[in-house]
Design a protein around this ligand. Structure first.
Ligand SMILES: *Cc1c(COP(=O)(O)O)cnc(C)c1O
Length: 472
């Protein structure tokens, strides 16, 4: 059954479709990297669900109540109180966004040579772990790396993998376990309460801290309510509080489940860790009572947290994502199963099965989806995976294109139009040529790397050879 939008539209932002010729030129100018497109050239923007949410009238009203004092702002106190109440952590420092919290956490807890187990890597999370001399170890269940495995909690930790890592490297060299709820790069897949509890128990036996990447914890809570025995009659806030009770703290990107355009926080229960965070944050973010945010930003985030826990909001959010996914699946388009919480992930390996991984199938698919329908998506494959500390290319099993749905922004009609573009492209998939990377930045390369179609590249080579022949 269709769940209609649990809100009315009060303000509109016009968007315009471009012509195919215009889009071809735009994507070429952007080096076939959807991150480098101008927003005004995009019709439906599924690049990310990060910072793209529509705020409510209540949040905008809160923006007017910004207390822009340098220290001790009342909006900070409101945010602190809200995080305590709904997330259950005693201490909290705001940060400008999630990676600000990841930077603090990694610097505070990781020493060179440490291992940080997690349920699949995330780009910025792993980058900060490595920057501090740590090694990320993936302990997610094997099925999470298989786009076709249909499991209710595909983000779960494989406890045997975690246990054998602890045995191999020793608990002293594991500063914390990093548990993402949900798992972005696995397709927005949730972790069950039973698995969270089991991770907690194992960690406790070894005296290891558990830190959540809580970025999409409300979506995770919804899946637990929907799928896990014993939780159907619990409320979303009750489930969230229980989830968080198994962690020692969390990093949070407010740009996702807190329904704001900017913001984040680092939360914890340990007082001495909090004190050290307060010392460090001054260097990187700002005072512990604002952490790189304006007072109004903190107020909007505090209100966003409350709104995010409303059942009607989260049920509609998940329903929209599922609607798009089911439409694509019905047309035979290969997607990651089951459909996750924040996005539909196209399986580029199966979609463009004529391309090898070195031809960047997901990058190619994202570029051509833009040409086809003005729909902007994001590569989550070999380009995002990057290289290890010795410069060796990571070859991830999953080669995905993420259609992330911004919260409270698009209607079902937009989802229909986007689905039609994907389906048209799927019909013409055999004609899509692969890409070659022509510029590769050192860190987090997916943001700014540039590509060119292999076709043109090869044509250029042939032309050059011909010219050399003519000159000799
Ligand atoms: C977005 C994200 C982050 C980083 O948060 P930013 O606010 O973008 O800095 C960390 N982890 C996950 C799972 C994310 O999706």
């Amino acid at each position: 059954m269709l769940i209609a939008e649990p809100y009315r539209v009060k303000v509109v932002e016009p968007i315009k479709q471009t012509t195919r010729e215009q889009r071809k030129r735009c994507i070429e100018e952007a080096g076939y990297n959807t991150f480098l497109l101008r927003s005004q050239d995009v019709y439906i923007d599924f690049l990310t669900d990060s910072g793209t949410s529509a705020m409510s009238d209540n949040q905008w009203a809160g923006m007017m109540l910004g207390d822009e004092a340098y220290a001790g702002s009342r909006n900070f106190l409101a945010l602190e109180e809200t995080v305590r109440r709904y997330y259950g952590f005693r201490y909290m420092v705001p940060t400008h966004q999630g990676r600000g919290a990841e930077n603090l956490l990694s610097r505070l807890l990781i020493k060179p040579g440490d291992y940080i187990p997690g349920n699949m890597y995330f780009t910025t999370t792993r980058a900060h772990q490595e920057l501090n001399g740590g090694v990320f170890v993936d302990v997610i269940i094997d099925e999470a790396h298989d786009a076709t495995a249909d499991l209710p909690f595909k983000g779960n930790v494989d406890l045997a993998k975690l246990e054998s890592l602890i045995e191999r490297v020793g608990e002293k060299n594991i500063p914390y376990i990093s548990l993402a709820v949900t798992v972005n790069l696995a397709g927005g897949q949730p972790v069950s309460m039973a698995n969270i509890r089991a991770v907690r128990n194992l960690a406790q036996q070894h005296g290891i801290t558990v830190m959540f990447d809580a970025t999409r914890c409300v979506e995770n809570a919804y899946f637990i309510k929907e799928r896990e025995a014993g939780y159907a009659s619990k409320t979303i806030p009750e489930i969230l509080l229980e989830m968080m009770s198994y962690a020692d703290g969390c990093t949070m990107s407010g740009k996702k489940d807190c329904l704001v355009n900017i913001g984040g926080f680092l939360a914890m229960n340990d007082e001495s860790l909090y004190q050290r965070a307060c010392e460090l944050i001054v260097l990187f973010e700002g005072m512990p009572s604002y952490g790189g945010l304006a007072g109004r930003d903190m107020e909007a985030m505090a209100r966003g947290i409350v709104e995010s826990l409303d059942y009607d909001y989260i049920a509609h959010r998940i329903a929209q994502v599922r609607y798009l996914g089911e439409k694509l699946r019905a047309a035979g388009v290969p997607i990651v199963e089951p459909i996750g919480g924040h996005a539909v992930f196209l399986d580029a390996r199966r979609f463009l099965s004529h391309l090898s991984q070195d031809e960047f199938p997901a990058q190619t698919l994202a570029a051509h989806l833009y040409i086809e329908g003005g729909v902007r998506a994001m590569e989550r494959g070999i380009v995002s995976a990057g290289r290890d500390e010795r410069g060796k290319q990571h070859y991830p099993k999953l080669e995905l294109v993420r259609l992330a749905i911004p919260r409270r922004v698009y209607t079902y009609a937009h989802l229909d139009v986007a689905a039609e573009a994907v389906i048209r492209l799927f019909r013409d998939r055999d004609e899509v040529p692969g890409l070659k990377m022509v510029y590769e930045p050192k860190l987090l390369r997916f943001f700014t790397a540039r590509f060119a179609p292999i076709e043109n590249e090869e044509r250029a080579k042939v032309l050059m050879q011909e010219r050399q022949l003519a000159q000799s």
